[in-house]
Design a binder for this molecule. Structure first.
Ligand code: SAM
Length: 309
């Protein structure tokens, strides 16, 4: 078989795709394609404790400075940033200003993450005339900050019903318009690919692992009216990322926490959370929802779409 040597295992093939048995991918990863991309660093794992009074808290301030969190103290950042599209919390920034703002937050995130800590950014693209590929700009900025990119998940929201009818010219090639039924979750890590577990255990089931390691996820969006926030994501989204990327008892940061969905997913998975939001009312909403969930009778097992499959 081409590319397969019984003794050495498979090698990246110059033609076609060989099977993958003890695959030696060194030729691919040392190729010139990787020349200008961030590289894995050899660093000693360090983890600093977050002061007790700052844990399981939401801070009412901008996440551009997160002084409450020491360097190397957070295991996962999961968030959906403000999109700068005229929601009540959005500022009317130019694309360059918006990118600079997100870069300030992400460089703080880099400081507070432990080596190998993960970043998951949920983002949708905007507009049609022309289309703004926000996810592309964010990837570029994250690479410039030195993050290692791990992949992108397409969140298929098609099951959410009432699809948009903004299809442009109906049944005509004059100006048909694509109707996005997906968003992205961009995944990065700081410095290293692998994570130290420091004696903590994974809580993901086999069924979840098989499902969550796929690059297309299908589950419904969360209605804003049900939650009382203009743009909540479903708890299912941070739940999957927490299960996949952290160990029990670890710390999840959401620098734009809104209605508190990331905190709720953290509580359900026995992780700690820290959140930031500039809007006092959203923080009140999040705190009320967190209290409700914390009082939830532990006899009731939380069930997620991922678990049902
Ligand atoms: C897309 S929403 C996040 C929604 C959240 N994922 C949820 O499920 O409810 C973005 C949030 O970022 C907050 N925000 C905007 N600018 C901020 C800043 N500079 N620092 C912290 N939070 C900010 C907004 O108030 C809003 O609640």
């Amino acid at each position: 078989m081409k590319g397969y040597n019984k003794k050495d295992g498979t090698k990246t093939s110059a033609f076609g795709s060989p099977g993958r048995i003890n695959h030696d991918s060194t030729p691919f990863y040392t190729s010139r394609l990787y020349e200008n991309l961030p590289k894995e660093e050899v660093v000693k794992y360090t983890e600093n404790a977050i002061p007790f009074q700052n844990l399981d808290k939401i801070f009412n301030k901008t996440s551009e400075k997160m002084d409450e969190l020491p360097d190397n103290s957070v295991h996962l950042m999961v968030t959906s940033p403000p999109y700068n599209v005229g929601k009540e919390y959005d500022e009317n920034l130019t694309l360059d200003e918006y990118r600079a703002f997100l870069k300030r937050v992400c460089s703080e995130v880099k400081r507070v993450l432990v080596p190998g800590g993960r970043v998951c950014i949920n983002i949708a693209n905007l507009g049609r005339k022309p289309y703004i590929p926000l996810h592309t700009f964010i990837i570029e900025d994250m690479l410039n900050l030195g993050f290692l990119m791990r992949g992108e998940i397409i969140w298929n929201k098609a099951s959410s019903g009432s699809p948009s009818t903004a299809w442009g010219s109906w049944l005509s090639a004059k100006n048909p318009t694509l109707r996005d039924i997906h968003e992205y979750i961009l995944v990065f890590s700081k410095g290293m690919f692998s994570r130290e577990n420091c004696g903590r255990k994974s809580t993901i089931s086999k069924k979840e692992f098989l499902e969550f390691t796929k690059s297309v996820w299908t589950f419904s969006a969360e209605p804003a009216t049900k939650i009382g926030h203009p743009a909540p994501y479903p708890v299912e989204l941070p739940y999957r990322l927490i299960q996949l990327y952290t160990f029990e008892g670890e710390i999840v940061l959401d620098p734009f926490i809104g209605s508190g969905q990331s905190a709720i997913a953290s509580i359900k998975t026995k992780r700690h959370y820290v959140g930031y939001d500039i809007n006092k009312d959203y923080i009140k909403l999040a705190e009320r929802r967190i209290k409700e969930i914390s009082n939830f009778n532990t006899q009731n097992k939380f069930e997620f779409e991922g678990e049902k499959k």
